[in-house]
Ligand binder design. Structure first.
Ligand code: SAH
Length: 240
């Protein structure tokens, strides 16, 4: 009996942006373990009798801890089921996919990662913001706004050297992050916040490091959102 879990990237929100391989696995899965960013529409491709298990956060309901998710993956795979762990974007970009893969290995269960289109690049793209550009940006960096509190050294956002900075999970600590970036890059640096990108509910706020917080607050922008900082934000107008 093959005991295996597929860690599948669902893409950035638009169900059309999953890979062909990922979709094929959803169709074959006995068990589909998914969370909030993984696009529920994709589940309609599951075969009759497949069991979808939602492990994301839901207001008022119990959210699975990472330990519970790990246990669930191990248990279901041990039963010999075809288990698909569907994760938003790419499973190995800030998705704790690496952690899940390690736990599976420790339990002698095979895993296969199926990369996905990461929101870090696709969400800016769908807002007409290319993360690089020959004129404005030769490099981009993707950072988290929310580090593991038990990890030692903290990110210094002011010290980031890339031309374009893409911030995931940044909304909780946004004022502190913007403060550090402003110190290093100046208030006039273009910035954008994209809420629920790659979906019909997408909203985009554009400004500068000097006013983006205020603009975002005025529009009531909240997570899930991606913040893009750098000259490339100007291209939105050119391409729009
Ligand atoms: N593995 C995922 C990222 C998981 S971290 C990937 O590769 O895309 C979760 C963060 O991703 C969110 O807090 C948000 O910053 C960002 N994100 C994911 N999907 C998004 C979307 N459709 N719109 C805006 N931000 C998104």
């Amino acid at each position: 009996m093959v005991r295996k879990v597929y860690l599948v990237g669902a893409g950035p929100g638009d169900p059309g942006l999953i890979t062909v391989k990922g979709l094929g696995l959803i169709e074959r899965a006995d068990i589909l373990i998914y969370d909030r960013l993984a696009g529920e529409e994709l589940l309609s491709h599951a075969k009759p009798g497949a069991e979808p298990i939602y492990v994301g956060k839901r207001t008022g309901a119990h959210a699975y801890t990472q330990e519970e998710i790990n246990r669930l993956l191990v248990e279901k795979a041990a039963e010999g089921k075809v288990v698909v762990r569907l994760k938003g974007g790419d499973p190995f970009v800030f998705g704790r996919g690496g952690e899940e893969a390690r736990v599976l290995r420790e339990h002698g269960i095979e895993f296969e990662v199926v990369p996905g289109v990461t929101s870090a690049v696709a969400v800016p793209a769908l807002a007409n913001i290319p993360v690089t550009d020959r004129r404005y940006a030769s490099s981009f960096t993707v950072v988290t706004g929310q580090e593991d509190p038990t990890k030692g050294a903290r990110l210094d956002y002011g010290a980031l050297k890339a031309d374009t900075v893409v911030i995931l999970m940044g909304m909780g600590n946004l004022s502190g992050i913007i403060e550090q970036l402003k110190g290093a890059r100046g208030e006039g640096t273009p910035a954008a916040i994209i809420e629920k990108g790659a979906t019909r509910e997408q909203r985009v706020v554009v400004g500068t490091l000097g006013d983006i917080l205020e603009r975002g607050a005025r529009e009531g922008i909240g997570p899930p959102a991606i913040v893009v900082v750098g000259e490339v934000v100007r291209l939105r107008e050119e391409l729009g």
